[in-house]
Design a protein around this ligand. Sequence first.
Ligand code: ZN
Length: 294
Amino acid sequence: MTDYRAQKDDDANTHNEQTVFPALTVADLNRLASSVDQAYRNFVVLDVNSHCVRLAVMKGESRWHRHPDSDECFLVLEGELEIDLADGQALRLKPGEACTIPKGVVHRTRSRVRAVNLCFEDRSAYTDVIFEDPGATSQTQNPPTMRDETREGDHRHLRRAIALAAAAREAGDQPYGSLLVGPDGHVLAEDRNTVVTERDITGHPELKLARWAARKLNRATALGTTLYTSCEPCAMCANAIARAGLGRVVFALAGNQLPDLKPAGAAAPDATRVDYQGPALFEEARVPFDGYYG
Ligand SMILES: [Zn+2]
């Protein structure tokens, strides 16, 4: 794993991120916001009990998402923030205006001009990313919508992913490579397949990057990332990507293009058909869940 984050002034983007202003210090939010020159940046500025206050500077739009267990309150300081709701309604907040999005409500934030807002939320709030259609969550039974809207910048990163795939093959592994790019266009981390050399069936680069993102990035930053990969992620990786809350995936080869690249009679894919049996013993199996989800 090559982790480029260590080379960046990016400590604010981890789960264990430092709070910018400790208790009993005066938080100069205007000064902090004016120091940001990227299109997207997000900081934990203050802590309050189990909640935090985030300051976000943004221009553009987030992915559709929801927080299943936590309300989220936005207060705009500068510019204008639009919050789109899945029913087609759009809330428009100007400086000094605030709104709470209740838990479970699918939404995305958007701003045509640079906007600075505060967000009040549970520090450990979980996010479900919604791919394209606000009616469908990112579960395996609802596969993400795919379409080619790639641009020149995407092609540059895809070529790096393809180079990593070639490096994997040269090292004796399967030819797959991926990289994760942050909201500001910087490469955060990259990896390649290591299934053979590490004798690890889960050594897919997309899975490794999803795990890295879940450990290192806060949910808002993860939503703003793009995973570039030389080949469309397999089901294992696609699920990990959704659980890590990565906002976008751009791939070169589609999974259904792979068979055409293999000679007739070549070895079957890694995954075999498995015999699943169940459900069974519901009353016993439910016991560990009693009260767990509230
Ligand atoms: Zn995979």
